[in-house]
Design a protein around this ligand. Sequence first.
Ligand SMILES: *[C@@H]1O[C@H](CO)[C@@H](O)[C@H](O)[C@H]1NC(C)=O
Ligand SMILES: *[C@@H]1O[C@H](CO)[C@@H](O)[C@H](O)[C@H]1NC(C)=O
Ligand SMILES: *[C@@H]1O[C@H](CO)[C@@H](O)[C@H](O)[C@H]1NC(C)=O
Ligand SMILES: *[C@@H]1O[C@H](CO)[C@@H](O)[C@H](O)[C@H]1NC(C)=O
Ligand SMILES: *[C@@H]1O[C@H](CO)[C@@H](O)[C@H](O)[C@H]1NC(C)=O
Ligand SMILES: *[C@@H]1O[C@H](CO)[C@@H](O)[C@H](O)[C@H]1NC(C)=O
Length: 566
Amino acid sequence: MSAKATIHSERSDGEPLLAPRLTLGGRLRDRWYRADRTGRAVFSLFALMMCAIIAARMALEVLGPHDGWPGPPTTIPPGAKEDTASDGARREAVREAMKHAWGGYRQYAFGKDELHPVSNKSNNKWGGWGVTLIDALDTLHIMGLHEEFREAVSHVVGVNFTRTKDDFNTPFFEMVIRSLGGLLSAYEMSLDRRLLDKAQEVGDALMPAFNTSTGIPYPRVDVNAGRAVPADRVCIAEAGTVQLEYWKLSELTGDPVYHDTAQRVVDILDRARKPYKGLYPIWVDISSGELVSGQITFGGMGDSWYEYLLKQYIYSRRAEDQYRRMYEESIDGMRAKMVRQSIYDPNMYYVGDLDATATKFSPRFQHLTCFVPGMLALGSRVLDRPADLELAKQLTYTCFQMYNRTRTQLSPEYVQFRDVSDRGIAPSQENTTDFELVGLNAASDREKDDGFYLGPNRSYILRPETVESLMILYRVTGDGTYKDWGWQIFRAIERWTKTPSAYSAYGDVNSIGGSAELTDSMESFFLAETLKYLYLLFSPADYYSLDEYVFNTEAHPFRIMRTPPP
Ligand SMILES: *[C@@H]1O[C@H](CO)[C@@H](O)[C@H](O)[C@H]1NC(C)=O
Ligand SMILES: *[C@@H]1O[C@H](CO)[C@@H](O)[C@H](O)[C@H]1NC(C)=O
Ligand SMILES: *[C@@H]1O[C@H](CO)[C@@H](O)[C@H](O)[C@H]1NC(C)=O
Ligand SMILES: *[C@@H]1O[C@H](CO)[C@@H](O)[C@H](O)[C@H]1NC(C)=O
Ligand SMILES: *[C@@H]1O[C@H](CO)[C@@H](O)[C@H](O)[C@H]1NC(C)=O
Ligand SMILES: *[C@@H]1O[C@H](CO)[C@@H](O)[C@H](O)[C@H]1NC(C)=O
C-alpha cells in the first residue's frame, strides 16, 4: 500500500487535512502571538529548519542525480487493496513451504547441486557448486530466515568457483543467471563483502565464454582449463541474458570490463538481419553474429532475451534508449505476428511460436511464455503503453486457465490450440531448420470447454513463470484476483508435489495418481523463483518494490542503478 494511496483515501473521507476554523497561516500567527520568548525562538528555529529541508529537497529534485531522467515508474496505483490478514496467513504458508524445501535440501543434499525429493538422494549435475543453495540465498533472506541464510553463506564462501567437477563443461547462461545473479543479490541484501568476492570469482571464471571472434559468447566454459568450449552457434537467450548480471558486477566492483564485454553482444544482435522487425530467430552464428535459423519464440531459448531488453532499460534508470527501442520493436512484432485468440474461448489469448522466416505460426502456448504478461505489465508502466496492459491481463487469464482446467490444477509444459486451418504445428527446438506440420491427434473431449488441449508433455516441473506474472500484475493493477489465483496455484503445489523432504516435479497434470506421478526432481528455480514470487505476491507491494528493484530472469532482485551509467 503506497503512502500516496493512504493520503488520498484520508482526503476522500471528507475530512480536510487542516481544520476549517483557521487557515494554516492564521493558526501559525495565533500560536506565535500566544508563545513566550523561548517558545518564539524554538518556533523560529523550527520554521527555519523546515524551510531549509524543503529548499534542499526542491534543489535535489531539480539538480539531483537523476536530472534529465524521468525516474522509476510508480507501480502501486491508488486504490490498491490493503494488506489483509489473509495475506499474512498466505505469506506464512509460503514461508513454511520454503522452510520445508530448504530443510530437506539441508538434511540430504547440503552443498550439492540438487536434492532428489522422493529418494532423498542428491546430484551435482550443474558441476557441483551447490546451485540450489546459491539460488536460494536471497529467498531465505527475503523471508527472514536469517539463521538459514547465515549457514548457507558460510558454506558458499568456502566454494572454489575456479574449479568444477572433472570433465564438466559449465553452461554459461545458466550459471550466470543462477549463481552470479544469486550471489550478487545476496550481497546487495546482506552487504557481506565475501559474497561480492565470490560473485566476481564466478563472473571471472565464466568470462572466457566471450573470447570469440565476434564477442558473441560460446554456450559452455571449461572452467578448470580457463577457456570456453568452441561451438558454431548459441541461442539468443543464452547470449543475451547475461547483461544485467555483468552490468551489476561492473557497478559493484567499479570495473567496466564486464559491462562493456556483455554490451557488445547486444550491439551485434541489434544490427543483425531479422525476418521481421524486432523478432529474432533463436540461433546465432558465433563467427558471423548473424541470426541463422530456428524458430522465433517468447518461450524456451528466446524468452529472456526479450525480457532483458526491458529490464536493462529499467536497470539503467531509462538512460539506455537503445533498449527502449529494441524492446518496443520486439513487442510490436510479437503483437503483430504471434498473438492469437482461442477459437473456442474468446477470452483466451495466447502467444504462439513462429518459424525462422516469421511466416508459419505454431498455435502452442508454453508455460515458459507465461512470463510475458508480467513483462508487458511492467513495460506498460515504464513506457506508457496501456494497450500492453490489456494484453497482459488477457494472457494472464490464459496462463491461469492452464492450471485451472487440469485435474490437478497444475499446468503442463505447454498447451496447444486448434488453429483455424485445423492443424497444429509442432516445431522441434533441437532442429535448426525443421518446422513440421502435424495433424491434431491428441484432441480431447474437453477441448471445446477448455479452449485448448494438452500436448504430449503434461509434466509440471515446479516452474515459476505464471506466479511471476501474477505478482507483477497484482502490483501494477492492484486487483486482488491475482492473489486468489496465486493462492489456488500454491494450494495445488502443496496438494500434489509435496514430499516428506521437499517438493517434486509431477509427471502428468491430468492424472490424480498422487505420489506415483512424482518424478523425484526439484530444480533450484523452485526455491529461487516460484516460492519467492508467491511470497512477494502476498507481501505489501512496497516490499522489494518494483520501483527500486529489477528481478533478473532467475528472480534475483537487483537494485536499480542509483545514477544513470556514464
Ligand atoms: C526422505 O526424508 C524424509 C524426511 O526426513 C523421510 O520422511 C522419508 O521417509 C525419506 N524418504 C526416503 C525414501 O528415505
Ligand atoms: C581453487 O582452485 C584452483 C584450481 O584448482 C587452485 O589453484 C586454487 O588455489 C584454489 N583456491 C582455493 C582458495 O583453494
Ligand atoms: C582466447 O582464445 C585464444 C584462441 O582462440 C587463446 O589463444 C587466448 O589465450 C584466449 N584468451 C583468453 C583470455 O582466454
Ligand atoms: C476455475 O475452474 C472452476 C471449476 O473448474 C470454475 O468454476 C472457475 O470459474 C474457474 N476460474 C476462473 C477464473 O475461470
Ligand atoms: C532436422 O530436420 C531436417 C529436415 O526435416 C532433417 O533432415 C534432419 O534429420 C533433422 N535433424 C534432426 C537432428 O532431427
Ligand atoms: C517434459 O518436459 C520437461 C521439461 O522440459 C522434461 O524434463 C521432461 O523430460 C519432458 N517429458 C517428456 C515425457 O517429454
